[in-house]
Design a binder for this molecule. Structure first.
Ligand SMILES: O=C[C@H](O)COP(=O)(O)O
Length: 294
């Protein structure tokens, strides 16, 4: 059990890092995003590990099997960039979902009507996952019913698209508020709850992750419904990814450690994972066949 824990330097570190890659929503959310950098992002999402590292990992027959189809979980972009991502992924013949942020990202300080129009636009352009952001003023004023109604309408606007609800925890005021906002978001039909936009001064932190995991666990035991967790914002190092995997495994169980129930939203994490995999592939101590079991 112990050796099956995600650890840097642990026996199965390679496997856990590969797991982190498959759970990553590879993200670009910059004011100067263009179709060119979205095309590059999609190409990277489909081929997240460089040929040089793959060649090394391919030396192990079991790794080879798992590496054949490895991609990130999704790409995540602004609404105006959704068509670029959809077209390029189609060209690459990749089944990767396109996630779009919406609802006045990152502040959420827009009328509900325009937020709903944004969602409809993203879905019409081919986004199959919508990362909506809540209006933090409703949390700070404890207007839980209004928050519920807004999220519920967003969920309806998403139609068949999966909805991840960003709480922007750094602006929610207290752990108590984060716990309540998590429950309200789940009650209103969110498929995932997500920590942050990446634009707040405090983004994904482990104490907040613990509160959100507890809310997910309690909601599951009350309703039988499994809601996913997406930490996002400032997750840049292998250590960060491993810590989140560890938290989710400990609090929610291995069942949650797959892209259907766990995502890491990150723009720069893959660079560090690739660096570390390069090191591990060249200084191999253990096979990563434990990927089978995690
Ligand atoms: O939703 C994803 C976040 O915006 C990514 O934040 P990051 O650029 O700090 O990784």
């Amino acid at each position: 059990m112990l050796e099956n824990s995600p650890e840097i330097g642990g026996q199965f570190e390679t496997a856990w890092l590969l797991k982190a890659v498959t759970c990553t929503d590879l993200t670009t959310l910059a004011g100067d995003d263009t179709s060119s950098n979205v095309i590059r992002l999609c190409t990277k999402a489909v081929n997240p590990i460089s040929k040089e590292i793959l060649a090394k990992l391919h030396e192990n027959e079991i790794e080879k099997k798992f590496l054949y189809d490895i991609t990130t979980a999704a790409v995540c972009v602004y609404p105006s960039r959704v068509p670029d991502a959809v077209q390029h992924l189609t060209k690459l013949n990749a089944k990767l979902p396109v996630a779009s942020v919406a609802t006045g990202f990152p502040s959420g300080q827009y009328p509900l009507s325009t937020k709903l129009q944004e969602i409809s636009y993203c879905v019409s352009q081919g986004a199959s996952e919508i990362d909506v952001v809540i209006d933090r003023s409703l949390v700070l004023a404890q207007k839980w019913e209004q928050l519920y109604n807004e999220i519920k309408q967003m969920k309806i606007a998403c139609g068949p698209a999966h909805m991840k609800t960003i709480l922007a925890v750094g602006e929610c005021g207290s752990f108590d508020n984060i716990y309540k906002a998590s429950l309200v978001a789940m009650m209103a039909g969110s498929d995932f709850i997500k920590t942050s936009t990446g634009k707040e001064s405090v983004n994904a932190t482990l104490p907040v992750g613990l509160v959100m995991c507890r809310a997910i666990r309690n909601f599951h035991s009350m309703t039988g419904i499994k809601v996913g967790l997406k930490p996002a914002g400032g997750i840049r190092l292998c250590e960060d990814a491993i810590n989140w995997l560890k938290l989710v495994k400990h609090e929610l169980g291995s069942e949650w450690l797959n892209p259907k129930l766990f995502r890491i939203g990150a723009s720069g994490l893959l660079i560090d994972i690739e660096k570390r995999l390069f090191y591990l592939a060249n200084n191999r101590q253990a096979p990563s066949y434990y990927f089978l079991a995690i």
